[in-house]
Design a protein around this ligand. Structure first.
Ligand SMILES: NC(=O)c1ccc[n+]([C@@H]2O[C@H](COP(=O)([O-])OP(=O)(O)OC[C@H]3O[C@@H](n4cnc5c(N)ncnc54)[C@H](O)[C@@H]3O)[C@@H](O)[C@H]2O)c1
Length: 372
């Protein structure tokens, strides 16, 4: 059964639909027809052959003018250079303001294609068709687009809402298990910051979710998308509540950068969730039993929770100073007092923590989560 969520952005009285179901990829022609006269599918090389060519053929067969553009898969290609190359390819085809971008891929594709749509001819319509679980439950929702620069992750970009998000569960069949687990990390995060029931469902149905049981997976994806869109509706520009979605990312982004992105986003955030929960325990706000449950669920989904090497504490601290929640160079953290219950800190939803405590948590990470 196809389910729908509507994401309402109060500041601009704008809303868009998130459609969730199976076999939706080839059913979009009537809707697309109403958006633009030409279409640019932007994807990575892997998805181009798995689904891109099929989508292009299907839309072309229905009479739409449609082009397919792809770039090599991998986080290292979420860069300014890739954006420029793709934009030049669109210009060379003579595509203008009458074009709609279809972002077809994982979070790397939806971030970069979204950023292109936001700036190309000062903004053209964007439809998101996420293909990774992480893209479905997180990256495609909320309008954040951007690229990485050598100074940090996602440091260039903007918020640009799509016209529609299409989540087709049948696409997940080809997703490697490791990537599936990376997506589950963000669902666990949603449970931790907003809804203990989602956490419990993910906890008790891990086998079914990893086996792609359609009904259970769709329910978990729906709930996860609902949580994210409800937070976006309250704080589109990340001045408060939206920061909660950053739980685990202060440490996670620093680790991605320090490993030159060889540590996948989901695995880095899984370690980040654990270390930032450890901080909540050290602050005597979260009980150690909940911390153990968080570690257990991450392991249950096959997350390695292992650093490739230990990192000097000061190097990690330095890597965190550019985090968007930092205040005068001091990192700030989301703190939870129970599963599903974050602290509001006067509506800033994050707080500075004594440096000695951060160092303590980073030492724990180096000692307990490093394979060497
Ligand atoms: N904008 C946001 O709000 C937001 C939120 C969370 C994460 N992100 C970003 O998302 C990115 C991570 O996304 P990701 O984990 O999807 O990475 P990704 O896009 O690199 O995809 C991971 C790999 O899986 C492959 N893949 C994707 N779907 C597939 C499918 N159905 N079948 C087979 N292979 C498939 C891709 O080709 C790639 O090799 C990061 O850059 C992160 O910063 C953005």
């Amino acid at each position: 059964m196809t389910q729908k969520l509507v994401c309402k952005i109060p500041s601009s009285s704008y809303h868009y639909e998130i459609e969730i179901g199976s076999g939706l990829l080839n059913l979009q022609t009537p809707y697309l027809n109403s958006l633009a006269s030409r279409f640019a599918i932007i994807t990575d090389d892997k998805i181009a052959s798995l689904y891109g060519e099929q989508l292009q053929e299907c839309l072309a067969f229905s009479g739409l003018e449609v082009y397919l553009f792809s770039f090599p898969n991998g986080e290292q290609y979420k860069a300014r250079g890739t954006k420029e190359l793709l934009e030049n390819q669109l210009f060379e085809k003579g595509l203008g303001r009458d074009t709609c971008v279809i972002a077809l891929g994982g979070g790397v594709v939806t971030d970069i294609a979204g950023y292109i749509a936001a700036t190309y001819c000062r903004g053209i319509p964007l439809v998101m068709i996420p293909t990774s679980l992480l893209g479905m439950v997180d990256a495609s929702i909320g309008g954040k687009t951007g690229v990485n620069v050598p100074y940090g992750k996602n440091m260039l970009g903007c918020i640009y809402q799509p016209k529609k998000i299409v989540i087709d569960l049948s696409i997940l069949k080809s997703l490697p298990k490791k990537e599936l687990a990376n997506g589950v990390v963000e669902m666990i995060k949603h449970g931790l910051i907003a809804d203990s029931r989602l956490f419990e469902d993910l906890n008790s149905h891990s086998n079914q979710i990893l086996a792609l049981d359609a009904a259970i997976l769709q329910k978990a994806i729906f709930e996860s998308c609902r949580i994210k869109k409800e937070i976006i509706e309250q704080d589109e520009k990340e001045n408060g509540k939206r920061r909660l979605l950053n739980f685990g990312h202060t440490i996670g982004h620093a680790l991605e950068r320090l490993t030159q992105y060889s540590l996948p986003h989901g695995e880095a955030v899984a370690i980040g969730l654990l270390v930032e929960s450890y901080l909540s325990v050290k602050l005597e706000i979260l009980n150690p039993t909940s911390f153990d449950r968080i570690k257990k669920i991450l392991l249950q989904y096959g997350l390695p929770l292992q650093l490739p090497s230990q990192f000097p504490i000061q190097t990690i601290l330095d890597a965190m100073t550019l985090d968007k929640k930092s205040l005068k160079g001091q990192p700030r953290f989301i703190i939870i007092n129970a599963i599903g219950s974050p602290l509001a800190y006067d509506s800033s939803y994050c707080t500075c923590v004594e440096e000695s405590l951060i160092k303590n948590a980073l030492h724990w990470m180096n000692d307990d989560l490093c394979c060497h």
